[in-house]
Design a protein around this ligand. Structure first.
Ligand SMILES: Nc1ncnc2c1ncn2[C@@H]1O[C@H](COP(=O)(O)OP(=O)(O)OP(=O)(O)O)[C@@H](O)[C@H]1O
Ligand SMILES: [Mg+2]
Length: 193
């Protein structure tokens, strides 16, 4: 399977979501961004491609499992990623301008592929409802929640997925259980279709 995590907006959590999905599902990652060393370090070399500035994106066979972590305006590479993906995951946080921008971006994505899910990311009390309200004025795509948590930042420190941290037990397991369950919900949905 292939998933594209995409929003033209920066800082919405694309890379953290892509990383946790890739580590949990044992998928490769292909990105058009420049990953910081701490991120590079935790992905095996044979599971990771950082595209060079003008490097085109290939279309990979169906049996290869990939997460595309793509930012920036829609270009040929992003179109190629979206076209070969089963789902496009669009992270957004509860910020008015960002939500407006995301509503426009979804329109561009759906011209390429209609298998879209929105991830309301970094949520605190009330954020999910506000994001749902803004998005559902325009679209009926499913909206999943990923709450605000240190867990996503700790992926690079620990070098493992949220699920692996939870499975280790102890204090982290307790703190990240709800976060892991939110990812489970998203993953179950993505894999069902
Ligand atoms: N659910 C979350 N809870 C807490 N912090 C988060 C969450 N998701 C992301 N972050 C933090 O927000 C920041 C931006 O996340 P990330 O780098 O994944 O976004 P991005 O969309 O890939 O950004 P860029 O456009 O720079 O590539 C990071 O510091 C990350 O640790
Ligand atoms: Mg990123």
């Amino acid at each position: 399977m292939k998933f594209t995590v995409y929003n033209y907006k920066g800082g919405v959590g694309k890379t953290r979501i892509a990383l946790n999905l890739a580590l949990t599902l044992d998928f490769a990652i292909i990105t058009n961004e420049i990953y910081i060393p701490t991120i590079k370090k935790i992905i095996p070399d044979n599971k990771y491609i950082q595209l060079e500035k003008n490097q085109a994106l290939e279309t990979y066979p169906d049996e290869i499992d990939i997460i595309f972590d793509f930012g920036g305006g829609i270009d040929q590479r992003i179109i190629t990623a979206i076209k070969q993906s089963n789902w496009v995951i669009v992270p957004v946080t509860n910020d008015h301008d960002e939500l407006e921008a995301t509503i426009n971006i979804i329109q561009e994505i759906e011209d390429i592929k209609k298998n879209i899910v929105v991830v309301a990311n970094r949520t605190a009390q009330g954020d999910l409802e506000e994001i749902k309200k803004a998005i559902s004025k325009h679209y009926s795509y499913p909206i999943f929640e990923v709450k605000k948590s240190k867990g996503l930042r700790n992926i690079t420190k620990e070098g493992k997925s949220i699920k692996a941290m939870v499975e280790e037990g102890g204090l982290k397991a307790h703190s990240y259980k709800a976060l892991d369950q939110q990812f489970d919900k998203l993953i179950n949905f993505l894999k069902k279709v």
